[in-house]
Design a protein around this ligand. Sequence first.
Ligand SMILES: CC(C)(COP(=O)(O)OP(=O)(O)OC[C@H]1O[C@@H](n2cnc3c(N)ncnc32)[C@H](O)[C@@H]1OP(=O)(O)O)[C@@H](O)C(=O)NCCC(=O)NCCS
Length: 443
Amino acid sequence: MSHYRKHHHHREEGARHRVAVVAGLRTPFVRSGGDFQDLSAVDLGAIVVNELVARSGLPLAEFDALVFGQVVPSPLSSLIAREVVLRSELPRTLPAHTTSRACATSIQAATDAADQILLGHADVVIAGGAESLSDAPIFASRKLAQALVAASRARSIPDKLKAFAGLSLRDVAPVPPALKEPTTGLTMGESAQKMAWENGISREAQDRYSAESQRRAADAWASGKFAEEVMAVDVPPRFQKIASADNNVRTDTTYDALAKLKPVFDRRYGTITAGNSSPLNDGAAAVILMAEGKARAMGVKPLGYLRAYAYAATDPGDQLLQGPAYAAPLALARAGLALPDMDVVEMHEAFAAQVLSNLQAFGSRRFAQEKLGRAEPLGEVDPARLNPNGGSIPLGHPFGATGARMITQALRELGRRKGRHALLTVCAAGGLGAAVVLDGPEA
Ligand SMILES: CC(C)(COP(=O)(O)OP(=O)(O)OC[C@H]1O[C@@H](n2cnc3c(N)ncnc32)[C@H](O)[C@@H]1OP(=O)(O)O)[C@@H](O)C(=O)NCCC(=O)NCCS
């Protein structure tokens, strides 16, 4: 019995209580500073939500809430969820809230939505996320910020000017946000590099993994698998161009080309390169969740179901991106299922070194005993079931959008395979891990 079903079987006699995922859609994921540079995360969110709602054919009045997130929020619109509602065709009376769980932000949006549905507070909820790293906030240095505050308080022009005395050129330079872990001072890339060393993940293994993920993503695009889950977006300001595909997928990728790239996070001894990392992107993704009974009553055919989920965390000073190895066993236990039951394993690829480290932990008896207090490891993942249509390395990773992308992608693949269950994992800043167990339409 799933976590949800166990706790909610009292709601309607005889009814199975899962949350149905009835639709999912995303924009293409494009390189930051490119096609979407004139769009904010709110714009991208509204674009995808409008199109998703229209394609779903559900009457606007049926929606009960929207949950949406963004990882690097803009100080100009701090509550993205509500702004997305107000920029969309949805009723202006639709309540909305913003979620944040670093790279698992839209997983959090989806599980918040599921919780609301299972509590009986809502029947139809939109969940998703967006990111615009083209529009990331640029900060003033602490000294410049203090001078600006002092100047705004000063009464005379000379006093205002005096506030800026003593500032160096360095203090006046804008400060971009850092993808840095505050407690360790290491960037994501440096943290992944540390994991590669500690777990003995070779450069060759990372590049072979990345070449295969690129190949799978290119195949999925070429065979039309993404046609229904990725919408086209008119590119402002002139709207004479349409972005219709992810532009990180490199169909010309070969292992040999990847092997030649220079390491970036430790330029001398490192193994992590631009080719085996996820890139910096803009994009948005969303899903529609419904009470299973409501979907049935309305004759809506689900893509699948959200069966169970779990969040966990590890000490950021240990192995920052190992969160999935902690969250997955919990989610599977709550689902009452085991790793071999999974027909698809969709794992967010922050870095190949992180995916390979997570997989190593899944299969390690020592990790199970020392870190999880379990006698047996979770097990090995069959490579044919892992990210069958590519992951974040080739497809891209607009942080807030990735979780919602993965839910749709995993469920559509389950549908094609006529599979029963999928496991989805996301590693995130702060040492966080998220895991979701999804049921296919037939399960
Ligand atoms: C790794 C990172 C620094 C690379 O950024 P970048 O230098 O702008 O990357 P580029 O796309 O320009 O690629 C660098 C080079 O590698 C090459 N390259 C990248 N992918 C390749 C591939 N699949 N095949 C062949 N060559 C490739 C590019 O062509 C480019 O070559 P050039 O210098 O000759 O033009 C950046 O993507 C990054 O910071 N990623 C990590 C993001 C992160 O931390 N996310 C959080 C994780 S959850």
